[in-house]
Design a protein around this ligand. Structure first.
Ligand code: FAQ
Length: 330
């Protein structure tokens, strides 16, 4: 229904007996924990799945600059402004490493951006929610970067070399991002009653969208089984969501804030929290383009791309001239 590029049937996990000799040898390399490099042979499905996942991940980092960028001019102090600027710049860097990793698979950054702008490639659902107050910037760092790290730390062990190496650096920076968000939340939650109320309101609005970042429940996840057998993904969506809840609830308690879930309860037996699922119909609506900010986000990206055309054209013209001059000199 909502899957793109790789259809469900083609994505069925095949038994080793159904594989060609090349595919079997490839799967054995994955099972031994070897990294796959761009010039190695790989099944077409592996390549396509990686382009989809890395491409979506890159788009998320780039589109993800918008909700926080919205607050750079309104940060409450010079120090907060400088920190936020650095954080938003880091996200741009993450997008660039990831586009480079995708390009090693034979797709260009321009092609990926074209697909994004045509609505044919996704970015994370979370960035279709608005940042209404300064406390939201705290909640984004604490919860959104917190969820991103939960997902990305295991991806450092993903089977594709360039993706796994990009993740190592990205995770280091995300961990700083998460702490700066928590630091904002500490100030707000421990501030005046009005600031505390803003912090609680930000948690109320960002809690369920953050849980959605991990993707649909395992029974609805189209790609998990195949991606896990190729070690493109290391954990299921539900495993990571559970770990995120278990890590985040004590942090909310420390802040003196209440997680907006009546069903939230420690379960001794499973050694984790029981919690309410997000509203999955809302998630699928956001994926279809009907979230609160989908149109605004895509319009902003398309405008930035069009406004930057002269810079790209200038750089290409300079590169062409340099090549001609070098060739003439040789
Ligand atoms: N939003 O079968 P699955 C960040 C789609 S980085 C939108 O479970 P899969 C840093 C999925 O693509 C955040 N779409 O899919 C930051 C598929 O549709 P398709 C991004 C989603 O790939 C912080 C369909 O649903 N992180 O935040 C979402 O096995 C602050 C079926 O789902 C990554 O991309 C969603 N939340 O698992 C930046 C990490 N969930 O493609 C700025 C790498 C699912 O067939 C500020 N990615 N879908 O049309 C992954 O780990 C995986 O791709 C998942 C989804 C876990 C996201």
């Amino acid at each position: 229904m909502y899957a793109q590029m790789v259809n469900t049937d083609a994505n069925r996990v095949r038994d080793i007996s159904e594989m060609s000799e090349e595919e079997r040898a490839f799967q054995e390399r994955i099972d031994r924990g070897e990294k796959i490099e761009p010039t190695d042979w790989m099944p077409e499905g592996y390549r396509k799945t990686l382009i989809r996942q890395i491409g979506q991940h890159a788009h998320s980092e780039i589109v993800g600059q918008l909700p926080e960028g919205n607050w750079i001019t309104r940060a409450p102090t010079l120090e907060r402004k400088v920190i936020l600027l650095a954080k938003v710049q880091d996200e741009a860097g993450h997008g660039l490493y990831l586009y480079c990793a995708a390009e090693t698979l034979g797709v260009s950054r321009d092609e990926l951006i074209e697909l994004l702008h045509a609505g044919k490639m996704k970015y994370s659902s979370i960035f279709n929610y608005p940042t209404l107050t300064w406390a939201d910037i705290g909640a984004v760092g604490w919860l959104v970067d917190g969820a991103a790290i939960m997902n990305q730390v295991p991806l450092q062990r993903t089977s594709f070399g360039p993706y796994s190496r990009a993740m190592v650096r990205i995770c280091k920076e995300e961990s700083f991002h998460q702490r700066q968000g928590f630091d904002i939340m500490m100030k707000m939650a421990g501030g005046t009653p009005e600031q505390h109320r803003m912090a609680q309101d930000a948690l109320n609005r960002f809690w369920y969208p953050s849980l959605m970042m991990f993707g649909p429940s395992d029974k609805e996840s189209v790609h998990s089984a195949q991606s896990m057998s190729w070690k493109i993904k290391i954990n299921t969506n539900d495993e990571l969501r559970q770990k995120f809840v278990d890590q985040t609830v004590p942090q909310a308690e420390y802040l003196g804030l209440t997680v907006p879930d009546d069903q939230l309860k420690w379960n001794q037996e499973k050694n984790g929290y029981d919690f309410s699922e997000p509203d999955w119909s809302e998630f699928f609506e956001v994926l279809k383009g009907n979230g609160p900010c989908n149109k605004e986000r895509l319009d902003a990206r398309i405008k930035a791309w069009e406004d930057g055309a002269w810079v790209r054209d200038g750089l290409m013209a300079h590169a062409d001239k340099s090549t001609v001059a070098r060739t003439a000199a040789e």
